[in-house]
Design a protein around this ligand. Structure first.
Ligand code: NAX
Length: 328
């Protein structure tokens, strides 16, 4: 039997977590031979709710679940963590300006970055789901100077999988046959869902099978605003699909994508002319526990414009929290 790995989850009493923890404990993230210890982190006011979730985890009697610990702060919650899934974030309240939201989250993710730096396993992989995910991820990484920026990701996998789902329905092709969809940029309504490299069954270009007007006027805006569409219909934001995406992101990062492209928000190294140092979603492949940005894809003029729009938004977000970032 393998040694258990430690997985810290913040926002652990929230909605996404409720759809995520049970799958992790069942082995759906790291495999059915990998025991796990869950380190659940919440704010002090939510500890009772968290206790309730923990009782349910215990009642499931998962053979792979070798322990659950509860924490009201990241310094104890991230102790020795091999993986950290950061769901907890400050939601926008009525009348709150965007800059205030960024600042409130900057405070949370600065403290969590420092805690990861100090107490997590040195090889920890951290995934930020809590919004604004990309800029929160940037703040997290900048506050963990002893860790590599490549140990931090923001989640755009839900957008990636939403794009696969919508395309599969439109062209009536099995999801399993669709590859090389890319989400570029921010997890926000400026993201660029790119189908120019997508293929069916390995070689058939998707772009030749779809109507350009449908692609530009229906598909792209629908993916960009899918989160709001779900809230409108359900009265609550995506939870099960977000949990599934977080699981898929972590599994692929840890176990590899077998050459398949996935979208990951990562700290830009300047690839494709994207400003260095922002957290931007790129096409990635994963192997041996690390991601690599796929290089050399041709981007047409339309795509370049879209990529610039979402880059500009991320630069604006970064500028709004710049005064709170430690100097590099
Ligand atoms: P919930 O409001 O149900 O849960 C959030 C939990 O985080 C709460 O229990 C709260 O007490 C806790 N929390 C807040 N601050 C914390 C802190 N400093 N430390 C630890 N815990 C803290 O939200 P839920 O539906 O679970 O969504 C979680 C986050 O995911 C939100 O920020 C949401 O906007 C974001 N999303 C991101 C997505 C993505 O694709 N990147 C998609 C889904 C989701 O909208």
């Amino acid at each position: 039997m393998k040694q258990p790995v430690r997985i810290a989850v913040t926002g652990a009493a929230g909605n996404i977590s409720y759809a995520l923890l049970f799958k992790i404990a069942a082995g759906e993230m790291l495999g059915s031979d990998q025991p796990v210890i869950l380190q659940l982190v919440e704010i002090p006011q939510a500890m009772d709710r968290l206790h309730g979730v923990t009782m349910e985890l215990e009642d499931c009697a998962f053979p792979l679940l070798h322990g659950v610990t509860l924490h009201d702060n990241p310094d104890s919650g991230f102790q020795g963590a091999h993986y950290a899934i950061l769901l907890g974030a400050r939601p926008r309240s009525r009348g709150m300006e965007r800059a205030d939201l960024l600042e409130a989250n900057a405070a949370i993710f600065s403290a969590q970055g420092r805690a990861l730096n100090k107490v997590a396993n040195p090889d920890v992989k951290a995934l930020v789901v809590g919004n604004p995910a990309n800029t929160n991820c940037l703040i997290l990484s900048r506050n963990a100077p002893d860790l590599s920026p490549s140990q931090f990701c923001a989640m755009t996998r839900l957008d990636h999988d939403r794009a696969r789902g919508l395309l599969s329905t439109q062209i009536e092709v099995s999801l399993a046959d669709i590859d090389n969809i890319i989400i570029w940029g921010n997890h926000s309504s400026t993201m660029y869902p790119d189908l120019h490299h997508a293929t069916i069954a390995g070689d058939q270009p998707v772009i030749s099978m779809i109507n350009d007007q449908w692609y530009k006027e229906e598909f792209i805006p629908r993916i960009q605003k899918r989160g709001s569409e779900i809230i409108e219909a359900r009265g609550q934001s995506s939870a099960a699909s977000a949990a599934q995406a977080a699981l898929a992101h972590m599994r692929d990062w840890a176990l590899g994508t077998d050459g398949k492209i996935v979208s990951m928000g990562v700290i830009s190294d300047g690839s494709y002319g994207v400003a260095k140092g922002i957290c931007y979603s790129f096409p990635c492949v994963c192997d041996f526990g690390a991601y690599q940005i796929v290089q050399g894809l041709d981007i047409n003029e339309y795509g370049q414009e879209k990529m610039k729009v979402t880059e500009a938004e991320l630069l604006e977000e970064k500028a709004a929290v710049e005064h709170l970032l430690p100097t590099e």
